[in-house]
Design a protein around this ligand. Structure first.
Ligand SMILES: Nc1nc2c(ncn2[C@@H]2O[C@H](COP(=O)(O)OP(=O)(O)OP(=O)(O)O)[C@@H](O)[C@H]2O)c(=O)[nH]1
Ligand SMILES: [Mg+2]
Length: 322
């Protein structure tokens, strides 16, 4: 990729030019050598967007709900960014292609940025790429950034930890409540949505969820009680209730200092993953290196224990300039 004029790109993105935003996210996705420059230029403009993560089993209606939420937020005059992250695939395609179709109605709206990201190919997985893409959307002036995770796995919980507000979607009749409890999803949800409420069993799922949420340790007065909202995203029904729950959660977090606390935690996580990725890269570079070869020889000969050898190696890596 040609070298980008970063200050110009950032200025254009902040003016809401979609191509500039797209280009910046491409620099993130491609792990461009200019990434540091990009992030340094964006940093002063971040921290305004309400970052909302959506998780849930495949087919539960995440993309449909995301699209309906975009409509609702646009109606309220907000600028919206959408990031569909597929941690299970190294390619931007497949399920994400379907999403592009579902999001098609927003394609021509200049107040909406939609981007898909496949992150498996990244060193360290999606852990650093998705948050950097969120930073781009935030700095570009999005009031709301919706992050949909495609596919299942532990990464769901990871993504949730990177949002200000986590929405967990369930559908009736999938034994989803139990699944959620097993996967530790109940702990991460700030707002629960029983989607496909047009199907049988929605009441039972809402009841079951409320019951399980009530089983958690006693909440102190003023603590957040995750609401369970029902929706029929395919018809846009209940979406205003979801938005209301999201706004309430945001207000609650701001009032209680929880938002700042969550963002500090998230930033800590970001710094950690970038640092660990950088360390791993440097260690990787040492493979076949004389230092490692010499240490390995001493360990094999019983002159040195592997822990002491590892300490020496790490010290060598962290002392060396990048
Ligand atoms: N009956 C009914 N169908 C719905 C509703 N919401 C979404 N669907 C349908 O459910 C199917 C899956 O919806 P998606 O929005 O793609 O679900 P998803 O969770 O994004 O799926 P993945 O990204 O593949 O995990 C689509 O055919 C939708 O039209 C709803 O409220 N009721
Ligand atoms: Mg989807």
């Amino acid at each position: 990729m040609a070298t980008a004029d970063v200050p110009e790109l950032v200025a254009a993105a902040r003016q809401g030019r979609p191509r500039a935003v797209a280009r910046l996210i491409s620099l993130v996705e491609g792990a461009s050598p200019q990434l540091r420059e990009v992030m340094a230029a964006l940093a002063p403009h971040t921290g305004n967007a309400h970052v909302i993560g959506l998780t849930g089993s495949p087919g539960v209606g995440k993309s449909t709900s995301t699209s309906a939420l975009v409509t609702a937020y646009r109606r309220a005059g907000k600028r919206v960014g959408v990031l569909a992250v597929d941690p299970s695939s190294p390619f931007s395609g497949g399920a994400l292609l379907g999403d592009r179709v579902r999001m098609g109605e927003h394609a021509s709206d200049p107040g909406v940025y939609i981007r898909s990201m496949a992150t498996r190919g990244h060193l360290g997985g999606l852990s650093w790429a998705a948050p950097q893409a969120v930073r781009v959307l935030d700095a570009a002036g999005c009031d709301v950034v919706l992050v949909e995770t495609v596919g299942v796995g532990q990464s769901e919980v990871e993504i949730a930890s990177q949002a200000d507000t986590s929405v967990v979607l369930l559908a009736p009749g999938m034994g989803d409540g139990i699944q959620a409890a097993k996967a530790g999803i109940l702990e991460i949800g700030d707002v629960f949505v029983v989607n496909k409420a047009d199907r049988d069993g929605a009441d039972a799922t809402v009841r079951e969820l409320n019951h399980m949420l009530g089983l958690g340790e006693a909440r102190a007065p003023g603590d957040w009680r995750p609401p369970v909202v029902r929706s029929v995203a395919a018809r846009g029904e209940g979406v205003e209730d979801v938005v209301e729950a999201l706004e309430k959660h945001l207000a609650w977090m701001e009032e209680r200092g929880v938002l700042a606390e969550r963002r500090r935690k998230r930033a800590g996580h970001e710094v950690e993953t970038i640092a660990v990725t950088a360390l791993r890269e440097r260690i990787g570079d040492l493979r076949g290196d004389r230092r490692l070869g010499a240490l390995a020889g001493r360990v094999a000969a019983g002159e040195l224990d592997p822990y002491a050898a590892a300490d020496e190696l790490v010290a060598g890596v962290t002392d060396a300039p990048p």
